[in-house]
Ligand binder design. Structure first.
Ligand SMILES: CCCCCCCCCCCCCCCCC/C=C/C(=O)SCCNC(=O)CCNC(=O)[C@H](O)C(C)(C)COP(=O)(O)OP(=O)(O)OC[C@H]1O[C@@H](n2cnc3c(N)ncnc32)[C@H](O)[C@@H]1OP(=O)(O)O
Ligand SMILES: Cc1cc2nc3c(=O)[nH]c(=O)nc-3n(C[C@H](O)[C@H](O)[C@H](O)COP(=O)(O)OP(=O)(O)OC[C@H]3O[C@@H](n4cnc5c(N)ncnc54)[C@H](O)[C@@H]3O)c2cc1C
Length: 669
């Protein structure tokens, strides 16, 4: 964990001494409660102190060894969970700190939720205990070689045979091969497979089925099942620990009761019966996972910013013309203007993630009571927030790498692997563009209903204030005026609504709605982003308005909230100006205020990343060490590379020596 053992020096102690707030209370604000801090702390230390969970050599392992190491860690984690009788909360945190993507993520993250959400009570009773005890390992097999985004375009078939009371699972084309599911390639024994249900000669579209893939005796694929891994992925280490897989069926038979039958059923006579629920509930597992991905975005971005802030505080380059000590790179205004918005974003995503979890729980309770009124809100918020937070996080991790200069490019900085592991989040669980277009379509529908007097609700309620927001003028006259939450909220609401209304008007001018949506899709993306940024800003403001204990904690959070909002104003100034929400002078004042906020943030920067309470093990970065003692660690780390096993490299005799000798001979001619 933190250094501070006997004889160790805290090179960042000076930075920590300048903090103007109580770091311990900030840890509580970040984690959500004192209890959450304590449990996370215990689990992080448990993992960090266990040699099986070592990960500093991960990027040097060949794929097969990396995969075996992942199996070993997963089995060891499970052993510890059982031995220590960990609660679900503790077990989830333990897995988080093990920090190696693997089949368990899909088993707990998608297979179990799919059965819970789409299985009948009877099916849950049968399958969940097996999954809970790891007597079976499951994955989520939806995407195919030919279709991922377009779920309705999937080709795998599940044809009901009333003679045997079975479904016949089949992959009719190459493009119908399941392709990408995590855990499928090598580990899973079972999958929830999404396939077209065909009964009585009619295609009823996509439904979920529990299918056994491998023998529970020797793990070999069952007859008619072709299985494998789809191959190496971006980066070293990173997501290569996961066995993303390919699966084909050749007329594989499963009992009828392995169709997930909560939403619709097939009788033994082959009659299709659809329960009186929206068919989009089939997408429920994706909604659940998108919500967890928003929470993960804050974790990944906070890790990257923690590394970059600590390193920037210890790294020195150049000095005053008059001589004297060199300057910490964190003191350069350019470094601050690139890094502090990312730090503020990490906090913003943490709080919006907390809110989204609440929304998801609330919607789930309503669905259980057969109230489907908030389904659209849940879809729009999870899809939009997933898209905006993952894109910003992936870009932010890469920016942190650049902020660490050359050393950021070393694997030992932790940043290349973090980026390579994180960046597919922009694609999985819905490509971000596809998801933003879903949000935009909902916004267009909402705008079109305004004329009929239908009042929007939830996060779209502001659109009901259309008369005011379409003509209001920003009242900011000084840089300090930008510190008003009301002023910030109003410009974000006006920008989002005006962009949506403009776009809707342009769509209405097109020959058809479909053509309009198609032609204006680049604008629709921006409309969706503006709406989602409004949600993030609003939830941050609401968080800061709460009672937050701890000296100076609320002030720091308010500062971060203002940085986040004004940074977005600066970055998207074109939107705010072109919609007439503010003047160019007001835009300049926002930027002026932003500069002042960075200066206020500077003495607190290291303490603000300490509040994430990450162990050195979890950070996995020589540059982000708690004690800031970077150079000896970088130097030591280099010698661990297998290339340094011998002073003369393998290949010298075959390739270097003859070359050098030949050149020597030529030069003598
Ligand atoms: C060094 C180590 C570092 C570690 C770093 C830390 C890393 C952190 C790691 C985090 C770990 C997280 C684990 C995650 C593992 C990832 C595993 C990935 C799994 C997958 O990818 S599973 C496959 C996911 N696939 C998709 O998401 C597909 C996307 N496509 C769709 O969702 C849909 O097809 C669609 C929405 C795009 C279109 O659907 P469709 O054609 O059916 O619908 P329409 O567009 O016509 O819409 C019809 C109406 O339905 C509504 N709708 C659509 N979707 C939903 C929904 N989900 N819920 C509710 N309603 C929905 C539309 O709004 C339409 O409504 P209308 O009223 O009729 O207009
Ligand atoms: C690491 C990783 C893990 C995964 N794990 C799983 C898993 O466990 N289970 C599973 O089932 N799947 C999994 N997937 C698959 C994943 O869900 C899909 O790759 C994802 O949904 C995107 O679909 P696609 O690959 O078909 O992209 P495509 O839709 O083919 O996207 C290609 C391009 O087309 C654009 N595009 C597509 N449609 C539109 C449109 N309507 N309008 C405008 N632009 C469009 C996209 O923006 C993108 O730029 C995983 C993927 C990855 C990368």
């Amino acid at each position: 964990m933190e250094a501070g053992g006997a004889g160790e020096v805290d090179h960042l102690a000076g930075e920590r001494a300048t903090a103007q707030f109580d770091v311990d209370h900030m840890k509580v604000a970040w984690a959500g409660s004192r209890h959450a801090v304590d449990v996370a702390d215990r689990m992080a230390r448990l993992v960090a102190s266990d040699p099986v969970f070592r990960k500093d050599n991960r990027t040097m392992l060949p794929r097969k060894e990396l995969f075996k190491d992942t199996l070993r860690k997963a089995a060891h984690a499970w052993k510890r969970i059982v031995e220590l009788r960990l609660t679900e909360e503790e077990a989830n945190l333990l897995r988080l700190y093990v920090d190696q993507p693997g089949y368990v993520d899909l088993h707990w993250g998608m297979f179990v939720p799919a059965i819970k959400g789409q299985g009948t009570e009877e099916q849950q009773k049968k399958w969940l205990p097996l999954a809970y005890k790891f007597q079976i390992i499951g994955c989520y097999a939806q995407t195919e070689l030919g279709h991922g985004s377009n779920v309705q375009g999937l080709e795998t078939t599940a044809t009901f045979d009333p003679k045997t009371d079975e479904f016949v699972m089949h992959s009719p084309t190459l493009t119908s091969s399941k392709w990408w599911p995590g855990g499928l390639g090598k580990a899973s024994t079972h999958a929830v497979v999404y396939a077209r249900l065909i009964t009585e000669g009619k295609d009823y579209g996509i439904h979920g089925f529990i299918v056994q893939l491998r023998s529970l005796e020797d793990h070999s694929p069952l007859p008619g099942v072709t299985l494998g891994d789809i191959g190496g992925k971006f980066g070293s280490g990173a997501y290569n620990s996961m066995d993303n897989g390919v699966l084909r069926f050749d007329h594989v038979r499963i009992p009828r009761d392995q169709m997930l039958m909560r939403l619709s059923q097939v009788t033994k006579e082959g009659k299709y019966v659809h329960s009186n629920v929206p068919k989009q509930l089939l997408y429920g597992t994706m909604v659940f996972v998108r919500q967890t991905i928003v929470a993960d975005a804050s974790k990944a971005l906070s890790r990257a910013t923690c590394i970059a802030v600590r390193y920037s505080a210890m790294r020195k380059q150049f000095g005053p013309q008059t001589g004297g000590p060199e300057t910490q790179v964190l003191n350069y205004k350019t470094q601050q203007s690139r890094l502090f918005p990312l730090l503020a974003s990490a906090y913003a995503f943490r709080f919006v993630g907390e809110w989204l979890k609440w929304l998801y729980t609330d919607v789930t309770h309503k669905l259980e009571a057969k109230d489907f009124s908030t389904l659209q809100e849940a879809h729009a918020c999870t899809a939009g927030l997933k898209a905006v937070t993952t894109s910003a996080t992936a870009d932010g991790i890469e920016e942190c790498r650049k902020l660490c200069g050359g050393h950021g490019y070393l694997n030992s900085s932790g940043l290349p692997e973090l980026f390579a592991t994180y960046v597919p989040a922009c694609t999985y669980e819905g490509d971000n563009v596809v998801l933003l277009l879903q949000v935009a379509r909902i916004l267009m529908k909402t705008v079109s209903q305004l004329a009929s007097g239908k009042q929007p609700v939830g996060t779209m309620a502001y659109m009901g204030n259309v008369q005011y927001l379409m003509q209001c003028k920003c009242g900011v006259n000084t840089a300090e005026d930008w510190l008003s939450p009301a002023a910030i909220r109003e410009v974000f609401e006006a920008r989002a609504l005006r962009m949506a209304v403009n776009c809707a008007q342009n769509i209405n001018r097109a020959p058809s709605q479909e053509e309009g949506l198609y032609e204006l899709s680049p604008d629709l993306l921006e409309v969706a982003v503006a709406h989602i940024q409004l949600i993030i800003v609003t939830k941050f403001i609401e968080k800061v308005e709460q009672d937050i204990p701890g000296e100076g904690v609320k002030e720091q959070l308010r500062n971060l909230c203002n940085v986040y909002a004004l940074y977005l104003v600066h970055k998207h100034l074109g939107d705010f100006l072109s919609t007439g929400c503010m003047t160019a002078r007001q835009g300049a004042l926002a930027n002026q205020q932003l500069g002042k906020l960075y200066a206020q943030l500077r003495p607190n920067a290291v303490a603000l990343v300490d509040a994430f309470n990450y162990t050195d093990h979890y950070l996995g970065s020589v540059l982000g060490r708690y004690d800031g003692n970077v150079y000896p660690a970088l130097y030591d780390e280099a010698w661990k590379d297998p290339l340094n096993d011998s002073p003369v490299p393998d290949g010298y005799r075959e390739h270097l020596r003859p070359l050098l000798k030949q050149q020597l001979k030529l030069s003598r001619l």
